[in-house]
Ligand binder design. Structure first.
Ligand SMILES: [Zn+2]
Length: 396
C-alpha cells in the first residue's frame, strides 16, 4: 500500500482550521490547489455546514472581504481513549477540537470482545448524559487503545494482556451507538494530536515514538499517519534488541525492545521485582519511581537498567532512521524519570549508530507526554475519516 497524503477536501479543512479565518485567495496560496478547485471544495463545505462565510472588516471604504472559518458549532464529536490503567477518557468537542465536556471512567477489569464494546459504549452514553443534554449528541466517535489495531478495517487484533485475536470492534460499537465510530492504536492518536496545529509539510516524514508501559510508534508521511501493509499500526516495541536477548515477551516472541526500554520492561528486569510479578499500571509506576530514586542515589544496578533502556531505544531508532531517512523523530515519554536517567544513553546510542550523513543534525525531540492531549488525537482521526469519504455529513 503506497502512502497517501490527505485528499484535497481535508487539506482545505485543515488549512482553514489552522488559519482561523482565511480568504479563498489565501487558500489558493496556502494549499497550492487551483482557484477552481478551491471554489468547488469550499462551496461543498459551506453547503454542508462545515465551513461558514465570515465578513472581514477592511481598512478604508472598500467592500468588506468575505472569508471562511470552521463552523465550530456545526457538530459535536467524541474522542475516547482506553488507557493501560483501565481508565477510559471521554472528551466531547466541537469541530475545532475544543473540549466541551470531559469524563474519566475506570473499567471493571481487563475486558475483551462484546464485553469491551458494551463497556466503551456505556462510557460514551454516561459522558453524554453527564452533560445534562446541554450539548448535542455526538455525531461520531473516535476511540484509541493501547493494542494492535487495523484502523481502516475497524479490527482490534490484540489488547494486552489478553491473547491476540481479531475483534470487529468498530462494527460492534457502531451497532451499539448508531453513529460512525473509528478506532486506532493510541500511538497513532498521540501523533495526530501532535500534528493538529502543524501544517502537513512541516511534519513531513517523522517517527513518533511513545514510551509508556509498552513502546508505541506512529509514522507520518507528508504529515499523514501511515500504517503497515495489512493496515496494522507499527509495533516498534517488538523489534529485537540484543540487550533483551533470551527474555520472553507477551507477544509470543523473545528479545523484544519493550522488554528493556519501556517502563514495564525496566521494572520487570529489576532484581528486586523479579520474584514479585507486577500487578498492574499503578504497581509498575510505583516500582519505576522507587527504582529511579535508587538510581539517583548511585545504585549501580538501577543505573544500569536505565542506561540499557536508553541504549536499546537509541540503537533501535538509529536502525529505523538509517532505513527510512525521516525528517526527524519525536520521543514522547510517560514519565520524566526516563528522560532524566535513560535520555543521555539514548542520545549517545542514537548519535553513535546513525549513518554519518544523517547523524550530525538529525532532529530528535524527547519530551514528557501530555495526557490531556490524547482525546484530541481521536477527534483528529474522526475528522480525517469523516471528511475524506463520501457522502460528506450534512450539518447545514
Ligand atoms: Zn514482543
Amino acid at each position: 500500500m503506497s502512502p497517501q497524503p490527505f485528499n484535497s477536501r481535508f487539506h482545505v479543512i485543515n488549512s482553514v482550521r489552522r488559519a482561523g479565518t482565511i480568504s479563498r485567495v489565501e487558500l489558493v496560496e496556502t494549499t497550492g490547489l487551483s482557484a477552481g478547485s478551491i471554489s468547488n471544495i469550499t462551496r461543498e463545505l459551506v453547503d454542508h455546514g462545515i465551513l461558514q462565510e465570515v465578513r472581514e472588516a477592511t481598512e478604508g471604504r472598500g467592500r468588506p472581504r468575505m472569508a471562511l472559518s470552521i463552523n465550530a458549532q456545526a457538530a459535536t464529536l467524541a474522542g475516547m481513549l482506553l488507557r493501560p490503567n483501565g481508565v477510559v477518557d471521554v472528551q466531547i468537542t466541537n469541530l475545532l477540537g475544543e473540549a466541551l465536556h470531559t469524563e474519566h471512567y475506570p473499567l471493571a477489569s481487563a475486558l475483551e470482545g462484546e464485553a469491551l464494546a458494551d463497556a466503551l459504549a456505556d462510557c460514551l452514553r454516561r459522558a453524554v448524559a453527564a452533560t445534562n443534554w446541554n450539548l448535542a449528541r455526538p455525531c461520531a466517535a473516535g476511540i484509541g487503545m493501547f493494542g494492535t489495531v487495523a484502523s481502516a478495517a475497524g479490527i482490534l487484533h490484540w489488547l494486552p494482556p489478553g491473547r491476540p485475536h481479531p475483534v470487529p470492534l468498530q462494527a460492534m460499537l457502531e451497532s451499539r451507538l448508531a453513529i460512525p465510530v473509528f478506532i486506532d492504536n493510541d500511538a497513532n492518536l498521540i501523533a495526530r494530536s501532535e500534528c493538529w496545529r502543524v501544517p502537513e509539510e512541516a511534519i513531513g516524514k517523522r517517527h513518533f515514538i511513545q514510551i509508556g508501559l509498552g513502546i508505541g510508534l506512529s509514522n507520518t508521511w507528508e504529515g499523514t499517519i501511515q500504517n503497515g501493509g495489512r493496515g496494522i499500526n507499527p509495533e516498534f516495541g517488538h523489534v529485537k534488541s540484543s540487550i533483551a536477548a533470551g527474555l520472553d515477551c507477551p507477544c509470543g516472541g523473545t528479545g523484544c525492545l519493550c522488554l528493556v526500554a519501556s517502563l514495564w520492561g525496566i521494572v520487570s528486569r529489576d532484581a528486586d521485582s523479579v520474584h514479585e510479578p507486577v500487578t498492574g499500571h499503578a504497581d509498575i509506576l510505583g516500582r519505576f519511581e522507587a527504582l529511579a530514586a535508587r538510581a539517583r542515589k548511585g545504585d549501580g544496578a538501577a543505573t544500569a537498567l536505565f542506561e540499557q533502556a536508553g541504549t536499546a531505544l537509541g540503537l533501535a531508532l538509529a536502525n529505523m532512521a538509517n532505513i527510512s531517512n525521516p525528517d526527524g523523530a519525536t520521543v514522547i515519554v510517560e514519565h520524566e524519570a526516563w528522560i532524566e536517567l535513560s535520555g543521555p544513553a539514548f542520545h549517545a546510542a542514537l548519535t553513535a549508530n546513525l549513518l554519518p550523513f544523517l547523524g550530525a543534525d538529525f532532529p530528535v525531540a524527547v519530551r514528557c507526554d501530555d495526557l490531556e492531549l490524547h482525546p484530541l488525537g481521536a477527534i483528529a482521526m474522526v475528522q480525517e475519516r469523516l471528511f475524506q469519504r463520501d457522502p460528506l455529513p450534512d450539518w447545514s
